[in-house]
Design a protein around this ligand. Structure first.
Ligand code: ADP
Ligand code: ZN
Length: 219
């Protein structure tokens, strides 16, 4: 067994993957690798990659496997990823999961944490979600930061993601069921899947995840 702690966090959009990963980064000293964040940064910066993917992302569809696999491959080469990574939003198709196994080789995925949240709850969470464009902090539409449009952390603009509007939410959740839900049995069959109830306070979800990681002797 190697020392790298590679954890996959799976779950529907709005299950709380990003929120939990931000907390776990501090706990385990491994980077949060979110393909959604990497792609959004490219869109915001107007890079060729960003221009290529903006339309697909705004519509709530998936960008190509080939493209995200390349991004993750590049990200794994950076110094901070040598101890492992918290993977959020990747893999989300079987082809990506297989490519990830090939990339990591024996030094593979140690655990896949499935954050389970009912569909009506994630729909409500996504429609009321607001995010800071600069630092990614997450707010609710009723928070003062969302109402004033200014992030308490960094002073950045707090906005609603284009893909957090009703049509795109519906599309993303359908895509999850069709393309990503099959990964649950993929990781289950490898004995790597644990399910954590995501319908609890963020603190309780973090506690539950840490307990599982500890139980498995991973940290
Ligand atoms: P969410 O999963 O909550 O919709 P993310 O921030 O994880 O949000 O991803 C935003 C968008 O970025 C996705 O809807 C998709 O267009 C694109 N994306 C992110 N990760 C992947 C991936 N692994 N494969 C394909 N597309 C992705
Ligand atoms: Zn901010």
């Amino acid at each position: 067994m190697s020392g790298r702690l590679n954890l996959v966090v799976l779950g529907k959009q709005g299950a709380g993957k990003g929120t939990q990963c931000k907390r776990l980064v501090e706990e385990y000293a491994i980077p949060h690798v979110s393909t959604g964040d990497i792609l959004r940064a490219a869109v915001k910066a107007g890079t060729p990659l960003g221009l290529e993917v903006a339309g697909v992302m705004n519509a709530g569809a998936l960008v190509s496997d080939e493209l995200v696999i390349r991004l993750v491959d590049e990200r794994f080469k950076e110094a901070d990823a040598q101890r492992g990574a918290l993977l959020d939003g990747f893999p989300r198709t079987l082809a990506q999961a297989e490519a990830l196994e090939a990339l990591l080789g024996d030094d593979g995925i140690k655990l896949c944490i499935n954050l389970e949240v009912p569909i009506d709850l994630v729909t409500a969470r996504l429609s009321s979600r607001r995010v800071c464009q600069e630092c990614g902090a997450i707010y609710k539409d009723t928070d003062i930061e969302a109402i004033s449009g200014t992030c308490a952390n960094c002073g950045g603009d707090v906005i609603q993601r284009v893909d957090d509007q009703p049509d795109a939410i519906r599309k993303r959740l359908e895509t999850y069921e069709r393309d990503t839900a099959p990964l649950l049995s993929f990781y289950e069959s490898r004995g790597l899947l644990v399910t954590v109830d995501g319908d609890q306070s963020p603190d309780d979800v973090t506690k539950a995840i840490k307990a599982v990681v500890h139980e498995k002797g991973l940290a």
